[in-house]
Ligand binder design. Structure first.
Ligand SMILES: NC(=O)c1ccc[n+]([C@@H]2O[C@H](COP(=O)([O-])OP(=O)(O)OC[C@H]3O[C@@H](n4cnc5c(N)ncnc54)[C@H](O)[C@@H]3O)[C@@H](O)[C@H]2O)c1
Length: 360
């Protein structure tokens, strides 16, 4: 066995349908008495429900969370927390809302109780991000890691199916890259493989229920949320590689939609790395019950009705050369060396939406 380093991050997880009911006692366990509730404008009504549930434990609500945590939104939320004398933040929502709580914790050290309603996984990571002047600054700081996370699958039934799929595949990408990370270790590999398995089992049922108009199946939602949790653990524990860097470049430079770009690129990034990370490929393929990791990921996305080509996301063929140039500008860890020619080939396949060859 190869030597490794494993660092466990301290957080308490309360999981299960109906676990939202435990919120007041979980706030008490944190020793908090004045919680500021954070949400997006779209999730204002659930934010208001939380305030009612908290009763005297609530300091108020800030319902201005938006994508990528703009610095001015972070400043307004920090001011409100201070003005109200809040001693904890409750973030109910997706990665944008959790990100806002992290921005508050970064300067105030207020503990965070997160209640995720998407599969982004930010609640399990010490990674923060704040956007100023169009540039997103990110960092790692254990003070921003939520102290308590309540995962209630019932809260995810309102997540539209398309968003469930792209958010879910994004969570799979966290697991996939953890398996061939520079910091990969046997504990996180177990977690990551199980995360892929849980998401690959839950997502098709979520899509199918929508097609056949079945009542919403909380069991499938539970499996997907469980997988998303494990994806968040993987993302928080070890560094990512080619897939995440490439999606960041494509999203940032060509304004492609974040989650859908992940969905399209993942099988191709995995095919690129297949020969250099055979053990990771075995974990992925086993979790998907597929012949190969890259094929399995492509087939999963296609079967869920997700986009499979960059072309379909609005990218233009003449942008591929620029994308390849940008992708090799700053060196970073990847199991297979990142070359201009290799990335150009990967992008071509992703642009056309080709099913990866079975070599992976
Ligand atoms: N720091 C980290 O570790 C980390 C990890 C993953 C993602 N992120 C960040 O998170 C952000 C994306 O998060 P996201 O994908 O969760 O999207 P989001 O938080 O921006 O949510 C998207 C929209 O969906 C709504 N929504 C959320 N849950 C819902 C539900 N159950 N029902 C109906 N509507 C719902 C939100 O209110 C919002 O309008 C990005 O900024 C990304 O960079 C950070």
């Amino acid at each position: 066995m190869l030597p490794f380093v494993y660092e466990a991050l301290p957080s308490r997880v309360v999981f299960g349908v109906g676990s939202l009911e435990k919120l007041p006692e979980e706030v008490d366990k944190l020793g908090a008495t004045r919680a500021l509730v954070l949400c997006t404008p779209e999730q204002r009504s659930i934010g208001a429900d939380i305030v009612v549930m908290l009763g005297a434990r609530s300091a108020g609500v800030f319902d201005g969370a938006v994508m990528h945590v703009p610095a001015e939104v972070a400043a307004a939320a920090r001011d409100k927390a201070k003005r109200l004398g809040a001693d904890c933040c409750i973030a109910i929502g997706g990665g944008s809302t959790t990100g806002l709580a992290k921005a508050i914790a970064l300067t105030s050290e207020l503990p965070i109780l997160a209640i995720p309603t998407t599969y982004a996984g930010s609640e399990m990571t010490p990674i923060w991000g704040i956007t100023e002047g169009g540039v997103k600054k990110t960092g790692r700081d254990v003070r921003v890691l939520p102290k308590t996370v309540i995962y209630d699958p019932a809260l995810t039934t309102s997540l539209p199916v398309g968003l469930s799929v792209s958010s879910g595949i994004n969570a799979i990408a966290h697991c996939v890259e953890a398996l061939y990370s520079r910091d990969a270790n046997p504990i996180i590999s177990l977690i990551a493989e199980e995360g892929i398995r849980a998401l690959a089992s839950g997502l098709p049922e979520i899509v199918n229920q929508e097609i056949v108009k079945q009542p919403r199946n909380l069991d499938a939602r539970s499996r997907a949320l469980y997988g998303a949790w494990l994806g968040g653990v993987s993302l928080g524990a070890v560094g990512m590689a080619l897939h995440h860097k490439l999606c960041h470049t494509l999203g940032g430079t060509f304004n492609l939609p974040h989650a859908e770009t992940h969905t399209v690129v993942l099988p191709h990034a995995v095919a690129y790395n297949a020969a250099a990370a055979p053990e990771a490929m075995r974990h992925i393929a086993r979790a998907l019950s597929a012949r190969s990791a890259a094929e399995g990921l492509y087939d999963l996305a296609a079967s869920l009705g997700a986009p499979v080509s960059l072309q379909a996301l609005g990218m233009r063929r003449e942008q591929l050369d620029q994308a390849a140039d940008l992708a090799v500008q700053n060196p970073y860890y990847n199991p297979r060396p990142v070359t201009r020619e290799g990335i150009r080939g990967l992008l071509e396949n992703a642009f056309e939406g080709r099913r990866p060859a079975s070599a992976g």
